[in-house]
Every structure is written in C-alpha cells, then in structure tokens.
Design a protein around this ligand. Structure first.
Ligand code: GLN
Length: 308
C-alpha cells in the first residue's frame, strides 16, 4: 500500500498548483520575533514508515515550531506520570481559540485538553515537578526520539514571547489560583515559552513525530518512544484538539490527526503509513497555517488516502 502511492508525482503537482494559490493568511506578529520571518516560505516533507522521503520547497529550513511542540511535551509527561495526568487536563475539544481564558473559569482551572495554551502550561508544570533540569531534559528527550542532536531552542523567540505573553500569564495565574499549578508561575511559563521556541525543519519534524505513525516506535532509529495504547491516545487528541476551534474543519478537509503552531507549521500523521510536516508562515483567522491546511487537503484528496 505504502509504495503504490506516487508521492513524487503528487508532490510535483501540488508544488506547481500552490505557486498560483494566493496566500490570504497573516503572519503571527503578536510574537515580535515571528513577525520577522519571510512570509513566502513553503516547505513540505513526508517520511514513510519504511523511511522513504518526499519533499519540496523550504523543507530543510528551520522554523519556530511553536505549539507543534506541545505533542512532544505531552508525550514526555505521559511517559513520566502515566494516566494520572488526565486528572489535571482533559481530552475534549475546546471549541475556543488556543489562548482563551473563558472556559478555565467555569471549569475550575482544568484545561479542556493538553494542546490549548492552558493545557500545555499544566503539562509544563508537571515536567517542572518531575524533571531535575526541565529545559535540558525536555530537549534531550526530543533529540533522542528524533535521533537529531542539533535540535535547539531559540532564546530570541522565547524571550520575545515572554515580553508580551500577557494572556499566558493570565492563564497560569488563574490555574494557580484553582490549585492546578504546583510550581512557581514564572518557572512554569519559562519552560512553556522555551518549549514553543524550539526550531526544526520539516524533515526533522517528521523524524521526531515518526513514532506516532508506527505504534509508538520510531523505526528510523529503532527507538520505542511510548506504548501502543498511549500512541492511540496522543493521535486521538491530535485529531480532536490539534487545531483548536478548527479541529473539526481539519478532520473534515484533511482527515488525519495533526498539530499546528503559530509559526506556520503543521505535522500530520497517517498511522501505519507516514508522517508529514508542512510549513507556511501565514495563518488563517484561527491561527493555523492558511496554505499548510490546503496543501494537506490536496495531499489526502490526490492520494485518496486519509484515516477515514
Ligand atoms: N507560543 C504560542 C502562544 O503561547 C503558541 C500558540 C500556538 O502555536 N498556537 O501564544
């Protein structure tokens, strides 16, 4: 099945079609450093579970992966804490923007899911509690599961976000008041901002996320990252919550579990087949890559291959 799809041909069709597509998105300049990125970038990299690679455009250029990283912090927290983690963060779609405060008050400081900002901040709190050296241990985990030692944080992006992360300060303080943040709020947010600042290329992202396409095991480096059951759980939360209040639209158009970030990156998984990463910095009104979503829709339409 894997090799019957002519990805080379499909990618060259998509590459030429998308040259003509107007990008109606806007760059995420609420984080000043992200506002400096060239908005015309477009990169795509697909890696199959049997280690075939297909790419075009700016697939080898590092960019700020932002909320895409929240899948990796969740994976590490699940490994460390196990299912008890779900007492502190839910698994329901929020139907609200990624940085919304509204539900948190009604729901007593328990975020709907680990991918909205509030949920990812709780995961950072768990990592601060459990790890000796949270920033370095988290980075070491990501380097290990991807097999790429050069992956790093961008302190420029993290510090830029810290200066204007007013909503994230509001979220962490509200949750602290409800008792769902156990550590000092500045230490927790510092880890959160650094998590979001990680820079990777599309190709590197497919390496880091490959375990989700192959039952918890990264076959490229022969490394088990997490169990089969937890792989199912992470993929299902990506499908239902990976795109905030556009998760339904992504499932409807693309039909794969995925996760976006305000740097314009999207990673999507076809369990048993491949992992794909797309980068195009301009975002739609919901904070997801405008062209990235369209490229992925074209891919699953042309290959006639989604999880549904
Ligand atoms: N760092 C960003 C923020 O907290 C992450 C948001 C995102 O990528 N959706 O606002």
């Amino acid at each position: 099945m894997i090799n019957t799809i002519d990805y080379h041909h499909i990618f060259s069709e998509i590459a030429s079609e998308f040259k003509e597509v107007d990008d109606l998105g806007a760059i995420a300049n609420y984080i000043p450093e992200l506002g400096k990125v060239d908005p015309t970038k477009l990169g795509v990299h697909l890696t199959t579970v049997d280690n075939q690679h297909y790419a075009f455009g700016d697939a080898d250029e590092p960019f700020s992966i932002q909320s895409v990283a929240k899948v990796l912090s969740l994976t590490l927290a699940l490994k460390i804490m196990g299912g008890d983690l779900w007492n502190r963060v839910g698994v329901e779609p929020s139907g609200s923007p990624f940085n919304s405060l509204v539900q948190l008050e009604y729901e007593k400081g328990i975020p709907r899911n680990p991918f909205i900002n509030a949920g990812a901040i709780v995961i950072c709190d768990i990592l601060v509690t459990c790890l000796d050296d949270p920033k370095n241990d988290l980075l070491a985990f990501i380097r290990k599961i991807s097999g790429i030692d050069s992956i790093n944080y961008s302190s420029k992006v993290a510090e830029s976000e810290k200066k204007c992360g007013y909503r994230n300060y509001a979220l962490v303080n509200l949750m602290k008041d409800f008792g769902n943040i156990h550590n000092d709020v500045d230490i927790v947010l510092d880890l959160y901002f650094y998590l979001c600042s990680i820079e990777m290329t599309c190709k590197e992202l497919t390496n880091a996320f490959m375990f989700l396409a192959s039952g918890g095991m990264n076959p490229i480096i022969n490394e088990r990252v997490i169990s089969l059951t937890r792989t199912k759980r992470i993929n299902s939360v990506m499908l239902t919550c990976g795109f905030y209040d556009e998760a339904g639209e992504f499932a409807f158009r693309v039909g794969l579990p995925g996760k976006s970030g305000v740097g314009g990156g999207i990673v999507a998984i076809h369990p048993g087949k491949f992992c794909i990463a797309v980068w195009s910095p301009k975002l739609n009104a919901k904070g997801n890559s405008y062209k990235g979503m369209k490229v992925l829709e074209a891919l699953t339409t042309k290959t006639k291959c989604s999880i549904f």
